[in-house]
Design a protein around this ligand. Structure first.
Ligand code: PLP
Length: 374
């Protein structure tokens, strides 16, 4: 882009939200900010694990069918933060399993924490990689050996696949048998519409004993700049020695100052009647984009996966090109930017990720340009 500043590039690989935040949410944030200028309504530090009003809204709207309480929900400033920080719960020599390809933060945060060894042949030694290939529908399957901590993401970034109930049940059974903990990243759960695809891992029998679930307001409500997330650590989460829930609560009190109050009010407003309607419309638009892109790419002869319960479309490169060669080809010939699959892990080689977040007019223009070069 620096070399060709006069050319209009189109980024069809982006992972950021593009639709604006509903006004019911921004209004709630604004009035919460204004509360702070009055002596009567000023607030100081809030609870480090989150305000009760938001936990209540989450419990009522997202987890009403489950037995855990508000106390088991933690509010935070983004799943990126949460899913990295949670490692502090586990021993340094834990065996950590990560899907390949995956959201890069899982590997990178383990590298930063010093859990890995040498970097060799494109991977960090010291982690267990779970290949997500076409034969397993681009999702990880339980290995035939023991792991302590497993990162799962559904709908999966970058492959756009999502676990069916029976697939997730296998993981929960595996974790129970191995006494492992599942870190379940549900950042894209609001994109799920297939009836046999669980939105929460707690829909699976026994999951409350083995899983921590993470969710974000980033994509569903456009909070990527505001920062708001939550996660559930059930009190039933098994450990032979400690209550992981109590330990984490103690850790949070020591290391986290709490999520800004006005942002939490914005999160609460997203669960109001008006807020829910507005969020539904946002997701509907992104999902329409995903279908449009998926169908457009297939009709041009591309082999594509995902995009049904996810904003992401996993696209095979043409002529067996590597991810980066195909990326360069699309960039040079059509000025289209994609996300090279191998950037998410070695098993992503031979794929690129397209996304439904760009505005519809960019998707239309992108497909027109692709038509000229295939
Ligand atoms: N988890 C996955 C799988 C993601 O793709 C992303 C962002 O792209 C995140 C988490 C980050 O979410 P947040 O914005 O809440 O930090």
């Amino acid at each position: 882009m620096q070399k060709h500043f006069d050319i209009a590039f189109i980024n069809l690989g982006m992972g950021d939200a593009t639709l604006p935040i509903p006004s019911v949410v921004t209004d709630a944030i604004s009035s919460a900010v204004l509360e702070l200028k009055s002596e009567k309504t000023f607030r100081g530090y809030g609870p480090s694990h989150g305000e009760l009003f938001l936990k209540k809204a989450i419990k009522e709207n997202e987890y009403s069918n489950f037995s855990f309480t508000e106390d088991e929900i933690f509010i935070s400033n983004g799943t990126k933060t949460d899913i990295s920080a949670i490692q502090e719960l586990f021993a340094e020599d834990s065996i950590i399993a990560i899907s390949d390809p995956a959201y890069p933060v899982y590997v990178d945060s383990n590298v930063l924490a010093g859990r890995t060894k040498a970097f060799s042949q494109g991977t960090y030694e010291g982690l267990v990689y779970l290949p997500c290939l076409e034969e397993n529908n681009f999702l990880p399957v339980p290995p035939n050996f023991s792991c302590d901590v497993i990162y799962l993401c559904s709908p999966h970034n970058p492959t756009g696949s999502a676990f069916k109930k029976h697939e997730l049940q296998r993981w929960v059974d595996y974790a129970k048998k191995q006494q492992a903990i599942i870190l379940y990243d549900g950042a894209y759960e609001s994109f799920i519409s297939s009836s046999d695809t669980p939105r929460s891992i707690y829909e699976i029998k026994g999951a409350e004993d083995v899983a921590i679930e993470f969710r974000s307001f980033s994509k569903s409500a456009g909070f990527t700049s505001l920062r708001l997330s939550y996660y559930v650590i059930p009190k039933t989460l098994s450990s032979n020695v400690f209550s992981l829930h109590d330990l984490w609560k103690r850790r949070t009190d020591s290391r986290y100052g709490g999520t800004p109050y006005p942002i939490q009010r914005g999160g609460e407003a997203s669960f109001s009647k008006e807020g829910k309607k507005a969020l539904k419309e946002i997701i509907f638009k992104y999902k329409q984009n995903a279908l449009f892109l998926r169908e457009g790419l297939s009709s041009l002869g591309f082999t594509v996966f995902g995009g049904i319960d996810s904003p992401f479309i996993w696209c095979k490169t043409l002529n067996n090109l590597s991810s980066w060669d195909f990326f360069d080809y699309l960039l040079e010939k059509a000025q289209i930017i994609t996300a090279p699959g191998v950037g998410f892990g070695l098993s992503g080689e031979g794929f690129v990720r397209f996304s439904s977040f760009p505005k519809k007019e960019f998707l239309e223009e992108g497909l027109k340009r692709l038509k000229k070069i295939v």
